[in-house]
Design a binder for this molecule. Structure first.
Ligand SMILES: NC(=O)C1=CN([C@@H]2O[C@H](COP(=O)(O)OP(=O)(O)OC[C@H]3O[C@@H](n4cnc5c(N)ncnc54)[C@H](O)[C@@H]3O)[C@@H](O)[C@H]2O)[C@H](O)CC1
Ligand SMILES: [K+]
Length: 498
């Protein structure tokens, strides 16, 4: 289990996400260590200049500066682009009286004219730099700022956002109000924010470039450090290692509760096998026995005609990971099987029909949680299980995890894995092809297979979500869910961590 404690060396420091408030704390901590604010700003503006010059050749550029430090970055970028020979104009929101400190310092270094910010000013620009608002945005865009951003979005001119597209919340990835800039490129600093990865923010940012501006990583232990961009760095140390001297019992025994939709349970079981579970069983109704037996000679089919048989079956503690939900169908069976699984206190994945069966009675389910449980709802299932939770996906997933005592994987293109202790990971590698029937079954089985091998629940859910994305990318656009289990093996064969 990755234990996070303030002051501890952070896990996967390069994948950490900082909230807007944590970023400001990092800035302050850097300055407390003697890094000058004007130097941070110079480096931020330099990062913007270099990112622009790496992608575009010199062209008439208009830099839009806001009244604060985001604007200060814009002044630096404008000055540096001009020094590199670019034709640069600068337009400022307001009179500039509000510019203080670092921003005033850099505004004074700008030798060109300062225009008043207005939509008409966009005429002739072939590149726009949006340095209006960043971390300090506190209300919807209005007045000249709103009109100019609206005109910029309508113009067929690439826009480069400084830190975050103006109008967008760096924490939620949602615009504050009806309007946010649409960027071709966003240059941000020190660490990404959740808003860079959560939709629509991920789309509005365009390409994201992360720049080091001189804030030392040594400031990190002072910060909360509970959110990451999902990737192997976050859970590699907890990933099952294949050892030559091991035998299959070392890799656990996952059991999937089979139901009338046999395809779903087969997908889940095959995924558990492919991700390396030592043994995988399917608890099958007699009438489905042959179908499951034909799915793969590696699958063990156990007769399980009704919930009482399931309860008897899972008394066997060698079955150390239980997957309940895929293919069970709506109705009370899923609820009974889920409760029996939770009562064992063993690692359990509740997916699809098991999540839906808890609709309106989540508390009864959560009270039954005794051991590591991973819930894998999509948006609709989540809303039915946690109808009162508001906020962005990161906030809602965290609250659901805290309330349920389970790891919650809120599936989606910006999937969020959240643990009851507040840790969270946002997945960025889910290709659109994943929105296909059956991928949830594969995901549930993959996580079950990792739990069977002893991975802690948060890391297993994060690794499962990431593997799913990589496997889908390998499978390509025409992917169907049954391609995925084999592709997961392919990803593992090529991975340095398994
Ligand atoms: N040392 C540092 O902190 C560094 C920060 N960097 C850049 O600074 C911005 C954050 O700057 P800040 O001054 O806190 O806020 P903004 O510039 O984003 O906003 C300015 C100001 O505007 C007011 N405001 C908020 N919303 C609106 C609105 N809708 N309309 C009008 N005015 C609004 C509010 O008072 C804000 O304070 C960060 O994003 C970085 O770009 C450097 O990059 C590194 C050093
Ligand atoms: K901006």
């Amino acid at each position: 289990m990755i234990e996070e404690a303030k002051g501890a060396a952070p896990v996967a420091p390069e994948a950490l996400l900082l909230s807007v408030a944590e970023m400001a704390a990092a800035d302050r901590a850097a300055m407390a260590r003697g890094v000058a604010g004007t130097e941070l700003m110079e480096q931020a503006g330099r990062a913007v200049e270099l990112a622009i010059r790496a992608r575009w050749s010199a062209r008439p550029t208009l830099v839009l500066c806001g009244p604060g430090n985001n604007g200060g970055d814009g002044f630096v970028a404008a000055r540096r682009l001009q020094a590199a020979g670019w034709p640069v104009r600068l337009a400022l929101l307001g009179t500039g009286d509000g510019l203080t400190g670092d921003a005033a310092h850099h505004a004074a270094l700008w030798e060109g004219p300062v225009e008043a910010l207005a939509p008409a000013g966009l005429a002739g620009a072939e590149l726009i730099v949006d340095a209006l608002f960043g971390a300090g945005l506190s209300r919807p865009l209005e007045g000249a700022a709103a009109a100019t951003v609206e005109a910029a979005n309508a113009a067929a001119v690439p826009l480069v956002a400084v830190d975050v597209p103006s109008g967008l919340s760096g924490d939620t990835g949602a615009p504050l109000g009806p309007l946010a800039a649409e960027a071709a490129l966003t240059v941000t600093f020190f660490r990404k924010k959740p808003g860079h990865l959560l939709y629509p923010g991920r789309r509005l940012c365009g390409e994201i470039r992360l720049a080091d501006i001189g804030i030392p990583d040594s400031v990190l232990p002072e910060l909360a450090l509970k959110a990451w961009q999902n990737g192997p760095a976050l859970w590699r140390s907890a990933f099952p290692r294949r050892r030559p001297e091991s035998h299959k019992y070392d890799y656990g025994h996952a059991v999937v509760a089979g139901g009338p939709m046999t395809g779903a349970a087969r997908l889940a079981a095959l995924a558990a096998l492919r991700v390396g579970a030592g043994l995988v069983s399917i608890a099958a109704r007699p009438e489905d026995r042959v179908i499951y037996a034909l799915a793969s000679p590696s699958l063990i089919v156990r007769d399980c005609a009704e919930p009482a048989a399931w309860e008897a079956l899972i008394e066997d503690e060698r079955l150390n990971a239980l997957v309940v939900g895929p293919g069970l169908g709506r109705g009370d069976t899923a609820w009974q099987l889920a409760h029996a699984a939770l009562a064992t206190g063993r690692a359990t994945v509740l997916d699809a029909d098991a999540v839906t069966a808890a609709e309106g009675r989540g508390h009864a389910l959560f009270r039954a949680v005794r051991g590591p449980v991973v819930l894998t709802p999509h948006d609709g299932e989540f809303r039915r299980l946690f109808p009162d939770l508001e906020g962005d996906r990161l906030v809602r997933a965290r609250r659901a995890a805290e309330r349920s005592g389970c790891v919650v994987l809120l599936k989606g293109a910006d999937g969020v894995v959240a643990a009851p202790d507040g840790r969270a990971a946002i997945t960025v590698n889910a290709p659109p092809a994943l929105a296909t029937a059956g991928t949830g079954d594969v995901l549930a089985g993959t996580i079950g297979g990792l739990l069977a091998q002893g991975m802690p629940a948060f890391e297993a859910a994060a690794a499962g979500a990431w593997l799913q994305g990589e496997a889908a990318a390998l499978a390509g656009a025409g992917m169907i869910s049954q391609d995925l289990p084999e592709r997961i093996s392919q990803v593992l064969r090529g991975a340095a961590f398994s």
